[in-house]
Design a protein around this ligand. Structure first.
Ligand code: PLP
Length: 640
């Protein structure tokens, strides 16, 4: 358990049961749980192939409830005289079932949506439920962020007519002029906000989303210009919201505090300038603890959701009390913290390759001196000389390659040298494992000796951030957890790209280069045996935020199968199944038509038949295979 740190990142949703399987408790501490391995097996019996993304709808519900409960608790604790109204930023995961579920689960909390682009605005307009009386404070908010053209602003403004409560957040100066013009044209009084570029900087990977040179938002002089333009149009009462976003995955609570302190002052100044301020929107940034370390700068955080809510509420409360102004409705746009936990990607291992641990090629009397030398080195390795013999073995291997390149060593002899070299590394790494101190020059030995586990997955499609920005996700086997994982490996995906691998894993201290895994059962290790009766399943956890939409079609591996699982009094049920892309579908994205391709192949077989280059049976088989493949999943098909 400690190897995978599941307690750190998984609680209260993921744990390990007594038979060594990962258990999921989608309703946190309150509800039932299910065995993830059994679930995967039962989905495969329904012909739902791997890789497979499993979404737990109840985790989404639990996250929304938790976030609201934390703010409610903070509001009660500090006697904050106003309310919290969260919104879900659609950009984080736009899939329909997710947005619709969040709107449904968010209803008791008047949870709204945030759109960052025109397509997201279209989703929001059709998904949020119009209020019967939009004037009352019960309507969920629709925060309209992102760069806007006339059409965006017009659509958002007209949405007030169908009972929605859009707030147009000015991100660029020219947007205010368009908003003024359109509101006059239709006689609609808009609710406007401004996004401020705070000088308090975020830290971490997304830290440059704020600061004076950030891409988004208005500088203080620009905010003043908005105030003046609205004043000149007698519309300053429309300015009601202040928004900022210092970056996603804020790792330090100090950054949260600095930002809210600065924003609360700007808010107070806007009140003084005569704006009818009502809302303070703190953006996203609430972090997820991907490794459970509470320390790692990029993938962890030094605070919890309650600390986050407390600090925001307390800072605003204090600033407003000091100025004697009304406290605003607090809005946050947490996406990552709401969606990350609810998706797990399950994939199978197709085979593995290991470096040889013992020399298999027999020694002979007359073998080349270099082979004899390295063989002798192998035999001599012991606890006293392991560091020195490592360098000897390395030197002999390098010499052997030079000799080979000059034609003085045969391929067979070179094979012997390489095999014995790996065997030396294996023997030395066993000794190193027992030492309290690992010499610097042997630190990489574990990495060099790592097995490669070939997995049925595209990193580019399913874990884009692992490739693009070295994001770490917890990865672990979902079964066999009562057995000791004796192998150390890295994961290589299906793409023909050397970047299509995962060789950085979460660790207590920082990051580790290898993952503890179980040896594959006999038929799996005989490379790429997809017909295995004894599969080895790995899970990549906390992938519900951003990964799906960032994924790309490298090598034309498409969207994976997705199932939504919902708990019910009898256990659980499959709420939705979204089939992954077929080969025809991905070919369509790059403008190939499956039927046309098939027709070309048919033509070619006819030609070959005429020229007697193929038998009719072979031609039929080729066409059948081609046609069937067009309808298939883009990943390796398992026949478990
Ligand atoms: N709001 C805005 C304006 C954003 O740009 C983002 C994403 O970076 C978010 C909210 C969501 O942030 P997070 O996923 O960290 O909650």
């Amino acid at each position: 358990e400690h190897l995978y740190r599941i307690k750190g990142w998984g609680e209260p949703y993921f744990s390990i049961n007594t038979v060594g399987h990962v258990t999921v408790s989608p309703e946190g501490d309150r509800g039932g749980s299910l065995d993830l391995y059994e679930l995967v097996e039962s989905l495969r019996r329904r012909n739902i192939g791997l890789p497979l993304l499993i979404r737990f709808s109840d985790i989404l519900a639990d996250r929304i409830e938790r976030l609201n409960a934390c703010f409610a608790k903070a509001i009660a604790r500090y006697n904050y005289p106003n309310v919290y109204r969260g919104v879900y930023p659609i950009k984080c995961n736009q899939h329909r079932h997710i947005v619709e579920s969040l709107v449904r689960y968010g209803k008791p909390f008047q949870f709204g949506l945030e759109a960052g682009s025109k397509p997201e605005l279209m989703i929001a307009l059709a998904t949020l439920e119009p209020a019967e009386n939009p004037q009352n404070n019960q309507s969920p908010l629709l925060i309209c962020n992102g760069y806007k053209d006339r059409e965006y602003i017009e659509t958002a403004l007209l949405a007030t007519r169908i009972g929605l409560k859009p707030i147009i957040v000015i991100e660029q100066l020219k947007e205010v002029d368009i908003a003024i013009e359109i509101s006059r044209q239709f006689g609609i009084k808009p609710i406007l906000g401004v996004r401020a570029k705070l000088s308090s900087k975020g830290i971490g990977r997304w830290g440059n989303s704020s600061g004076e040179r950030a891409k988004f938002g208005l500088t203080i002089p620009e905010i003043l210009a908005v105030v003046h333009r609205l004043q000149a149009s007698e519309m300053l009462d429309c300015l009601q919201l202040l928004h900022y976003h210092v970056g996603s995955q804020i790792s330090s609570i100090t950054v949260v505090k600095d930002a809210i302190r600065e924003a609360a002052q700007i808010y107070g100044e806007l009140v003084n300038l005569g704006a009818s301020m009502q809302y303070l929107d703190v953006g996203g940034g609430l972090g997820v603890d991907y490794d459970g370390s509470k320390t790692n700068f990029y993938v962890s955080k030094n605070y919890n959701m309650q600390n986050y809510a407390n600090d925001i509420v307390a800072e605003v409360q204090e600033a407003c009390a000091e100025r004697n102004i009304a406290a605003p409705v607090l809005i946050s746009e947490s996406g990552r913290a709401i969606t990350a936990h609810h998706s797990v990607l399950i994939f199978d291992v197709l085979g593995s390759s290991e470096v040889p641990r013992t020399p298999s090629l027999p020694g002979t009397e007359k073998e080349h001196l270099i082979v004899r030398n390295i063989r002798e080195t192998y035999n001599l390795i012991n606890e006293e000389n392991y560091q020195e013999t490592f360098h000897d073995a390395m030197q002999f291997k390098e010499e052997a390659i030079s000799l080979f390149n000059f034609g003085y060593l045969s391929l067979k002899e070179r094979a012997k040298v390489e095999e014995i070299y790996w065997a030396c590394c294996g023997k030395i790494s066993e000794i190193v494992k027992k030492q309290d101190y690992v010499p610097d020059d042997l630190e990489d030995l574990e990495k060099i000796m790592a097995s490669i586990y070939y997995v049925n997955l595209s990193v580019f499609q399913s874990a884009a951030d692992a490739w693009a920005i070295d994001q770490l996700f917890p990865i672990m086997p979902i079964h066999r957890l009562t057995e000791e994982p004796t192998q150390k490996g890295i994961l290589a995906d299906l793409t023909c790209d050397s970047d299509g691998k995962i060789d950085k894993f979460i660790d207590l201290k920082d990051v580790k280069d290898v993952l503890e895994l179980h040896p594959l059962k006999a038929e799996q290790s005989s490379s790429n045996n997809v017909d295995s009766k004894d599969p080895y399943y790995l899970g990549m956890f906390l992938v519900g935020a951003y990964q799906e939409i960032m994924g790309n079609l490298h090598n034309l591996f498409g969207d994976t199968n997705v199932v939504h699982i919902k708990m019910n009094p009898k256990g659980h049920q499959i709420e939705y199944l979204v089939k992954g892309d077929t080969i025809t579908e991905v070919l369509g994205y790059v403008q190939y038509n499956g039927e046309d391709l098939l027709e070309t192949i048919r033509h070619r077989t006819e030609q070959a038949l005429q020229d007697n280059r193929i038998t009719l049976e072979e031609a039929q088989l080729l066409l059948q295979d081609y046609e069937r493949s067009l309808r298939r999943y883009t990943y390796l098909v398992d026949s478990h």
